[in-house]
Write a protein that binds this ligand. Structure first.
Ligand code: 4NP
Length: 163
């Protein structure tokens, strides 16, 4: 099947203030560097609405900025319609994935492909992007290591027509 152009990608975590807005902005950063912005529509959402309207976590934005990546946006909750409005929905961990399966069941005509983020990683063996919210600084670095790995692979897969 030909790749949609632009391809619409939604990153999803629990709160949409740490992992998924970082995934959104890491991928956007890489896509801009490759001058491919017109080919990608990128967004993020959380499975809970607790942080809806909030900016990304300041510990996360500080860690990303040290790598030259500005993490911006406002949190929102994922909806059943997202399964019609995106081509690829990427879950940060297994619990997010399971919650998204339940959301997909509420969408009348779901078309999005649902994937686990770590399945894109080429240099890490983890299956989940670990939730950094209640941990220390190393957790935020781990999130970024995984995101840079997987998002780089997402761009290269797109370039090969294999996303
Ligand atoms: P995120 O991190 O899912 O990566 O945005 C979290 C943010 C908030 C909470 C948990 C994880 N929380 O429990 O409020």
């Amino acid at each position: 099947m030909p790749q949609p152009d632009p391809i619409r990608i939604l990153f999803v975590c629990l709160g949409n203030i740490c992992r998924s807005p970082s995934g959104e902005n890491v991928l956007r950063h890489l896509v801009e560097a490759e001058e491919l912005s017109e080919h990608f529509h990128i967004d993020s959402a959380g499975t809970i609405d607790y942080h809806s309207g909030h900016s990304p976590d300041t510990r996360m934005t500080a860690a990303a900025l040290k790598r030259g990546i500005a993490v911006a946006g406002r949190a929102r909750q994922a909806t059943p319609d997202d399964f019609r409005e995106f081509d690829l929905i990427v879950a940060m961990d297994r619990s997010n994935y399971d919650d998204l399966l339940a959301l997909r069941d509420q969408c009348s005509e779901p078309t999005a492909r649902l994937a686990m983020f770590c399945d894109f990683c080429e240099n890490h063996d983890e299956s989940d992007v670990p939730d950094p919210y209640y941990g220390g600084a190393a957790g935020f670095e781990k999130v970024l290591d995984l995101l840079e790995d997987g998002c780089g692979a997402i761009v290269r897969r797109w370039q090969r027509g294999e996303l």
